[in-house]
Write a protein that binds this ligand. Structure first.
Ligand code: GLP
Length: 261
């Protein structure tokens, strides 16, 4: 995998925005995999700013699939991931809202909703570029430690740590849903390009475990090691526990000619 260390999280966001725009220019009906949470927010802001200024591509034919969704929150709830991605990104682009998909966390039959979601991704031709964040416990999407590395979109129970991490978005800690529908690690691995973005000290242990630790269900993000085209974009703080920092810097600086991520 390629590890890119940037001096600031803004630098990482610009690189990821460049990669997304290059894909959409190359393939106007590209399938984007979108993550919610704080990690990709600067990237989304960059895309929206460029789109507003007229320097970004058109997203009119782009399709988008979210990684995960809370169970028990209607899509209209402000903290549902569907509402979040609309607020943070898609409502500011010219993407057709009908082409923005999320797992149906309000479905009566959640197992069926998971299967249906995987089928919808496959019917769209698969995700071209998947944006990812990482949990402080190494989770990817909502695949908590112990998740099968071959898992598909399904119901998961959140750990108390993840619920605590996400309680900042809710009025009371107890309001954080206990269950989610999340793309599986096997589902995520089918995307053409995985781009994980992380910033800040709180992510440094999880980033080091994912990039340099063993491939293990105990750190679900380590599954990136199995993917032929995975990029990890970290600022200095999130990358501070990586042992091979100097090597990653050299590799990145030596990349001749610069061809994007
Ligand atoms: C969340 C999401 C993930 C996200 C991760 C990190 O709970 N389900 O998709 O990548 O945990 O969140 P954040 O970026 O807010 O730190």
């Amino acid at each position: 995998m390629e590890v890119v260390l940037t001096a600031s999280s803004e630098g990482a966001a610009r690189l990821l925005a460049d990669a997304i725009e290059a894909l959409v220019r190359r393939r106007p009906d590209a399938v984007l995999g979108l993550a919610t949470g704080s990690s990709p927010l600067l990237t989304y802001r960059e895309l929206v700013d460029r789109h507003r200024r007229g320097s970004g591509p058109s997203y009119a034919r782009v399709r988008a699939f979210l990684l995960d969704e809370y169970v028990g929150l209607p899509g209209s709830h402000p903290q549902s991931y569907r509402a979040t991605i609309e607020r943070d990104l898609t409502s500011h682009l010219d993407i057709d809202p009908r082409n923005v998909h999320a797992p149906d966390g309000a479905a009566e039959d959640l197992a069926d909703a998971g299967r249906h979601y995987d089928a919808a991704i496959a019917a769209a031709g698969g995700v071209d570029l998947q944006v990812l964040g990482i949990g402080t416990d190494g989770h990817l999407a909502f695949n908590e430690p112990g998740s099968s590395l071959a898992s598909r979109t399904r119901l998961k129970t959140l750990t108390s740590r993840t619920r605590e991490d996400n309680s900042r978005f809710f009025a009371r800690p107890d309001d954080v849903p206990r269950h989610v529908l999340t793309q599986g690690l096997g589902t995520i691995l089918e995307a053409g390009h995985l781009a994980l973005v992380a910033s800040g000290h709180s992510k440094s242990g999880a980033v080091a475990a994912a990039v340099e630790g063993p491939l293990t269900a105990s750190c679900p993000a380590s599954v990136l090691q199995l993917h032929p085209h995975a990029t990890v974009l970290v600022d200095e703080e999130a990358g501070s526990q990586l042992q091979r920092r100097d090597y990653y810097r050299e590799t990145y600086e030596d990349k001749p000619p610069w061809q994007g991520l």
